[in-house]
Design a protein around this ligand. Structure first.
Ligand code: TNX
Length: 549
């Protein structure tokens, strides 16, 4: 009779600071089921705390131990047996998630005065449970240096699983570069919000950011692939109109890129690498003379015979020659190496805004390039909305792993694409583009996609099944993504400022069942998360729409 249960969402009337201190306070994304016994004694982390994590749970436990050690100054050993914070990975674990069967990413989390138990069938599920547990801790637990604090955690029972597997954020490191440490920091911050995919936009008109070697070149291929980074790794966005600073140049060596991929993998984040073709290729054509023909765009400079570097924000003017066999040799070589370096299920071929070459030439390119990339890499291909406009349909196995990423335009193409068995990642520009200004006074950001009211509530209030005009079925949706283009961004702090808190809106849309989403509750939970950001030195926009705790 003493049980006071708070199940699922915070009731709408509870957006006051005091009422927000209920079971779900600070939890983003909102778990499927949260039950709190408000009379139960809390768990207290004491100096002798240990994390009990046998077998496959140990690496996940070490990540939690690192955070607890830093903030508490306690020793926090990770042991295979004993008492404390217990993390169990057991492929046969029996539990339910609001009555449903466990899934690969699901977990349960129980906190009582006797201890903590996180149970999952996979390490990824355990990692998800740990992220939720971290959000139950006082915000000071995110401190990089020891703090004297009362480390209590309220008693709670949580059952949780994601709605979609693909919960992505995209970083455009092409217009303006971000170094390895900056990218790792984004992985830390966003994986805590259960991001599962980091999409890296590695090449665009203004620069090329991933080392490609000549190893494994096709017979007779005359291209020197090292020119991509030697020449176009040294260029970036060079338009002062948006910002006082020029874009950052640079690139990842293959060793650095592998390091990013490994770091992401330890946090159960899949990297999706993108090299944008056949448009957005000025940096390619500037670096590789053999890809320049009478049909590639823009034309070579008559005097130098070279395609000039172009650091403006212009789009749609560049194109590879779709009739030039070497174009496909190039594409195969680049994506084969990218797929080997990444080891993930997809490579992203871009495919957006190839305006200058026109529709027919574009369709020819996609129709030839996609099967060749799929064959060369053995993985699925992703492309922006226009990719679906190529109407790919022929050939056995043609659709294997194919994904359209919806950003703009008619829903007809996307509906046609998924009707043929393809999947969709939804990142509609007006509501998911993290590079847009929050409002007219935001110092950085573009405003073509979202002109007014571009704060986190708008980025929260949409659903991937209905935001594509005409609608697409739930099972056609692989997930959602927030792209962060970098025309106006210089470095990791500015990236965080535009991404947060709106990335949280998108990641909750990817995780939480649609019926449990509620912007009022989200706002209250987000406000608590702000304290964590502040303590850990994460930059974010202090939106007036939230009462930051
Ligand atoms: C459109 S979205 C683009 C990018 C720009 C972005 C700026 C897409 C597939 N193409 O090239 O960076 O707008 O918001």
């Amino acid at each position: 009779a003493a049980l006071a249960l708070v199940v699922g969402v915070v009731p709408a009337a509870s957006a006051t600071p005091q009422a927000a201190a209920t079971a779900t306070a600070g939890l983003v994304p909102l778990p499927v089921l949260v039950e709190e016994d408000t009379r139960a004694r809390p768990y207290v982390i004491r100096p002798d705390v240990s994390i009990v994590a046998p077998g496959a749970a140990a690496p996940v436990a070490e990540l939690l131990a690192d955070e607890l050690r830093a903030a508490t100054g306690y020793r926090v050993p990770v042991r295979p047996r004993g008492h404390g914070i217990r993390i169990t990975v057991d492929p046969t674990a029996r539990y339910t998630v609001d009555g449903a069967a466990p899934t690969a990413e699901s977990y349960t989390l129980d906190v009582s005065h006797r201890g903590v138990a996180i149970t999952a069938r996979t390490p990824h599920g355990a990692f998800n449970g740990v992220q939720t547990f971290r959000q139950l801790l006082p915000a000071w637990a995110a401190s990089p240096t020891p703090v004297k604090h009362d480390w209590t955690v309220r008693a709670v029972h949580i059952e949780d699983a994601p709605r979609f597997a693909y919960r992505g954020i995209m970083l455009d490191v092409a217009r303006s570069f971000q170094d390895v440490d900056e990218v790792k920091r984004h992985i830390d911050v966003l994986s805590a919000l259960k991001m599962s995919v980091l999409h890296l936009h590695l090449a665009d008109d203004q620069g090329w950011r991933i080392e490609i070697t000549n190893d494994g070149k096709a017979e007779g291929d005359p291209i020197d692939y090292t020119a991509l980074t030697r020449v176009s790794g040294a260029t970036a966005m060079n338009e002062r109109g948006h910002r006082q600073e020029l874009g950052r140049t640079g690139y990842y060596t293959q060793a650095q890129y592998r390091d990013i991929v490994a770091y992401a993998r330890e946090r159960f984040v899949t990297v999706v690498p993108e090299v944008d073709v056949p448009g957005h290729t000025n940096a390619v054509l500037h670096a590789i003379p053999q890809l320049n023909t009478d049909r590639s765009l823009p034309a070579r400079d008559a005097g130098t015979g070279v395609v000039p570097w172009n650091g403006t924000a212009n789009v749609g003017y560049s194109a590879l020659d779709e009739r030039h066999e070497l174009t496909y040799t190039f594409v195969e070589h680049v994506f084969r190496q990218l797929a080997e370096l990444t080891g993930g299920p997809y490579v992203h071929i871009g495919g957006d805004e190839s305006h200058a070459m026109g529709h027919t030439r574009y369709v020819d390119f996609i129709t030839r390039a996609v099967p060749r990339v799929q064959a060369a890499t053995g993985v699925g291909t992703m492309g922006w909305t226009e990719y679906a406009e190529a109407g790919l349909a022929q050939g056995p196995g043609y659709w294997d792993g194919s994904v359209v990423q919806y950003w703009i335009g008619s829903g007809d193409w996307v509906r046609d694409f998924v009707a043929k068995g393809g999947k969709a990642v939804v990142s509609k520009a007006d509501g998911a583009y993290l590079d847009q200004k929050y409002g007219p006074t935001t110092p950085i950001g573009l405003s073509w996609a979202c002109r007014t009211d571009c704060d986190f509530p708008k980025y929260y209030n949409w659903d991937p099944t209905t935001t594509v005009s005409g609608g697409i079925p739930e099972d056609a949706v692989l997930g959602v993504e927030g792209p962060l283009w970098s025309e106006t961004i210089r470095g990791g702090d500015q990236a965080q400022f535009l991404a947060l808190p709106r990335a949280a809106s998108i990641l909750e849309t990817g995780w939480t069942p649609a019926a449990r989403k509620d912007v009022t509750g989200f706002t209250a939970r987000l406000a608590r998360l702000g304290a964590r950001f502040a303590v850990s030195g994460v930059n974010f926009y202090e939106s007036p729409a939230a009462a930051w705790a």
